[in-house]
Each structure stands twice: as structure tokens, then as C-alpha cells.
Design a protein around this ligand. Structure first.
Ligand code: FCB
Length: 481
């Protein structure tokens, strides 16, 4: 009898499966308890008010005001006026149900020339922001440096100059002293590989230099600065959680040949680990031929100062990269094109892309999280950035139905949940970005926000993706669908 019933049920289920017009909803994808749902921004991209309250000039002010550097001649003078509208923006996050806010502190607001005493008005701004966040029940998660170096420090050598590391440590101490009573998680650098490589080697970002030797030195000085800042923050509060946010892309070989697999591994060491491995283990990944301590400018005692085992590893992920061995062996490091003896293909050929042209490849997040988990023995990980540029604007009804952004986050988050199920210790996810903003050399052309900003009136409008993301945060799960 029971066997009969079971078989009848099975057959009925089969018929339903074969005849139903739509797929049945899949189960909700859930996240660990206490997972932090956040959003991210950066000072120069949103604050504006570049000449107010004693703020000094940054390399991005200089760069964006240099003709031909940023699309449409755009700059961050006003940006999305967050400096004056921070209270409204915090309120927006509170209403959305956001639990964590990753923002960056503008060094030239705190020390206008990058050295000397603190500018109290600059500190006041971040004090008020942190208080407003805490009042709204949102965890403040500041980044000390998201690319706006005081121009005065660039004028005396910039990141290739060792002094900059010591100035950075002083700055870290000033900020940690001011905020440590209320801030418990800190990111030191945002994407050190990006700002050194684009700023000193490729010249596409501020300060726009293309000098191979200066580039190599800058990478070492930034590593040194990272280690010194780590200690400066810990000195103020030993219980603080300190890490950095790294641009990380899984590096895949173009084919399975040994040469291509080796090329992809070298690329991983350079792109993903150059600023992480020294912190975790006190040594450089051994991937760059011809780079030795002399070219990097390593002095005795540096590697000990650099070693600073992070409390978490921040991963900013958008894409994957594909590498093939260079056809001819080139002399490495004499110009950018010869810099690294591998060739890159950034995009899968037939795949969908976002409006900025970046390939949509959700598995990238799974792959890089699993790789870092394996290589560093399951460290705590924060996804400090992930998001997409879609340039949807309000329709006649005022709504912004940016379904493509919802699909993007859903897919990447599904892969993240899979990594967590497979053992990765991921503590939070920060969508890039809260607001449409100044997208570096792209200017205001690319919109990454969950919130639309009318750049003329500064009006904020929550996109459909913002409503959706708030729901995800509230349920700690991707709604079934
Ligand atoms: C990252 C940057 C961030 C933003 C996103 C789109 O590389 O950290 O400021 O520009 O890309």
C-alpha cells in the first residue's frame, strides 16, 4: 500500500515537472549568522567640497584638472556633495537596512600637505559621520587610503619615496587616535596594486607617471607603509581588526598548456598577492623576473616591518583575467608592454558585459575566495567591493528598474554563498557602490550605485536594486526566485 502511494506520488511529481509552464522557485540562498551586508564608497568619488574646511590638494584634484586625463574633463570638485549631505546618505542607508558602511578618509582633509598637525575640521567631519552611522545602527568601516594622496607629498616624490611611508604611518596614527574609541574594523589601503600600477607604471590614474623604476619602488614603499600603519592602528587599540582591500581577479590560463598555466600563476603572484603576501608572510611572491631587493629598494629590517598578519583579507572582485605565455621571451621590466612576460586577455569573448565593458563572470568571486582561503589557511575574508556599472536612469514614473544590477548581484552572491558552503570564512559583503559617483578616469559616465544620483540637482533616488539589496540584508538571504 505504502509502496503504491510513494510510486503514485513520484509519478504525479514527474507529470507536474514535465508540464509546468515555469520553473519552480529555487530555495533561498542563505548566509551565516552575523554576516554584514554593507555598501562601499570612497572620499574623492563622493565628497566634493575639495576646498572646504582646510582640505589640501590631492593628486586626483591635480590629475582631473589636467586636460585629457578624465573623460569629458570631469572632476571631483563637487562629486555627489556627500560632504554636505552625509546625514541624508546615512539616513538612506538606515532606511535600506544596510548594516555596514565602508567609506574612505581623505588624507588631505586630515593633513592638507600630508605632514604636520591634524586639521581639526577634517577630523570633525569623520567624527560626525561615524557618530551618525553608529546612531543609525550601521558599522563604520573606514579605509585610510583610497587613492587621494596629498599633492604636496607627490611633489616631493610620491609613493616611490620612502618618506611617504613614514608620513602615512603618522597619518594612520592621527586617524586611529581620533576614531579608535568607536571604530573597530579598519582597512589600510584600497587596491594598492591598482593605484601603484595605474598611477606610476601605466599613467592612466593619478599622478599619471609611467616610470618603471619608480613604479617598482612605489610598490615596496606602499608595502612598508601598510606594515607601519598596521602597527599604528594596533598601538591605539590592540583589539582592532585590521586588513587591506585588494583588487583580486582569478588568473586563468588561456589553455591548459604548461607555459600558460605558469603564466597564470605568475600573474596571480603579481596582480593579487604583491601587497598581501609580504604582509602575511614577510616575503615577496617570487614571480617577477629581474626584480631584486635593489630595484625594489628593500633595506634591512623592512620585511620585518612589513610583516603584519591581517585580521581579515579584503577582496574587491569584479572580473577574472586570462593569461597566456608571451610568444617570444621578452626582456622583462624595460617598458610596460615588456614588463611582465605574459599576455593578458581581459574578457571572455562571447560573454555578457556591463556598461563599462567588464565581463560578467560570477564564478570569479567563488574562485578567488576559494584560492585565498586555501593559500592562507582559511583567513577571515571581507568582500570589500563587488558591483556593476549600468547606466539606467529614472523613467517617467520616477522608478529605476535596473533588473540587470539585481541579476548581477544575485549571481555573484550565489557564488559567494557556494564558497561559504565549501568552507570559506567570509564575514561580510560591501556592494560597490551606495551612490552613483565619480568613476576615476571614466568621470561620471559609469553608474555603479544602488542609489541613482542626478548629478545636476544631487537628488538621490533608490533604484530597484537598492530596494532588492535592502531586502537581502533584512532577510540575510537571497530571496527565492
Ligand atoms: C575599484 C575601485 C573603486 C571603484 C570600482 C568600480 O577598482 O576601488 O573605487 O572605482 O573599482
Amino acid at each position: 500500500m505504502i509502496r503504491h502511494l510513494v510510486s503514485l506520488l513520484r509519478r504525479t511529481a514527474d507529470v507536474v515537472r514535465k508540464t509546468r509552464p515555469f520553473p519552480l522557485p529555487t530555495a533561498a540562498v542563505t548566509f551565516p549568522e552575523n554576516f554584514v551586508w554593507g555598501v562601499a564608497t570612497a572620499s574623492y568619488q563622493i565628497e566634493g567640497a575639495v576646498k572646504e574646511d582646510g582640505r589640501g590638494e590631492s593628486v586626483w584634484d591635480r590629475f582631473s584638472h589636467t586636460s585629457g586625463k578624465v573623460k569629458n574633463g570631469d572632476n571631483g570638485d563637487v562629486a555627489v556633495d556627500h560632504y554636505h549631505r552625509y546625514a541624508e546618505d546615512v539616513e538612506l542607508m538606515r532606511k535600506m537596512g544596510i548594516k555596514g558602511y565602508r567609506f574612505s578618509i581623505s588624507w588631505p582633509r586630515i593633513q592638507p600637505s600630508g605632514r604636520g598637525p591634524a586639521n581639526q575640521k577634517g577630523l570633525d567631519f569623520y567624527n560626525q559621520l561615524v557618530d551618525a552611522l553608529l546612531e543609525a545602527g550601521i558599522r563604520p568601516f573606514p579605509t585610510l587610503y583610497h587613492w587621494d594622496l596629498p599633492q604636496a607629498l607627490e611633489d616631493s616624490g610620491g609613493w616611490p619615496s620612502r618618506d611617504t611611508a613614514y608620513h602615512f604611518a603618522d597619518y594612520a596614527d592621527i586617524v586611529a587616535n581620533a576614531l579608535s574609541d568607536r571604530v573597530h574594523s579598519w582597512t589600510i589601503f584600497n587596491e594598492p596594486w591598482m593605484f601603484t600600477t595605474l598611477g606610476y607604471l601605466r599613467g592612466q590614474h593619478a599622478p599619471g607617471r609611467t616610470e618603471v623604476d619608480a613604479y617598482l619602488r612605489s610598490t615596496h614603499v606602499v608595502n612598508l607603509a601598510q606594515g607601519l600603519a598596521f602597527r599604528a592602528i594596533k598601538n591605539r587599540n590592540n583589539a582592532a581588526r585590521v586588513g587591506s582591500a585588494f583588487s583580486m581577479w582569478p588568473c586563468q590560463p588561456a589553455t591548459n598548456s604548461r607555459a600558460n598555466r605558469e603564466a597564470a600563476e605568475r600573474a596571480h603572484g603579481w596582480q593579487n598577492l604583491w601587497f598581501l603576501h609580504p604582509a602575511m608572510s614577510g616575503s615577496y611572491p617570487s614571480v617577477l623576473q629581474d626584480v631584486n631587493d635593489t630595484r625594489l629598494g628593500v633595506k634591512s629590517g623592512d620585511m620585518e616591518a612589513i610583516r603584519s598578519p591581517f585580521d581579515f583579507i579584503g577582496i574587491n572582485n569584479y572580473l577574472r583575467t586570462i593569461f597566456a605565455a608571451a610568444k617570444q621571451r621578452r626582456t622583462p621590466i624595460d617598458s610596460f608592454h615588456r614588463f611582465f612576460p605574459v599576455e593578458t586577455k581581459f574578457h571572455g569573448v562571447h560573454r555578457a558585459r556591463t556598461d563599462i565593458g567588464w565581463e560578467i563572470y560570477p564564478k570569479a568571486l567563488y574562485e578567488i575566495v576559494m584560492r585565498i582561503s586555501k593559500d592562507y589557511n582559511r583567513p577571515p575574508i571581507e568582500i570589500t567591493e563587488n558591483g556593476c556599472a549600468y547606466n539606467d536612469v529614472p523613467g517617467f514614473d520616477g522608478l529605476i528598474p535596473d533588473q540587470r544590477r539585481i541579476d548581477f548581484h544575485r549571481k555573484y552572491l550565489t557564488e559567494l554563498a557556494r564558497a561559504i558552503r565549501d568552507g570559506a570564512d567570509v564575514r561580510g559583503y560591501y556592494a560597490w557602490s551606495l551612490l552613483d559617483n565619480f568613476e576615476w578616469a571614466e568621470g561620471y559616465n559609469q553608474r555603479f550605485g544602488l542609489v541613482h544620483v542626478d548629478f545636476q540637482t544631487q537628488k538621490r533616488t533608490l533604484k530597484e536594486s537598492g530596494h532588492w539589496y535592502g531586502k537581502v540584508a533584512g532577510e540575510n538571504a537571497l530571496p527565492a526566485g
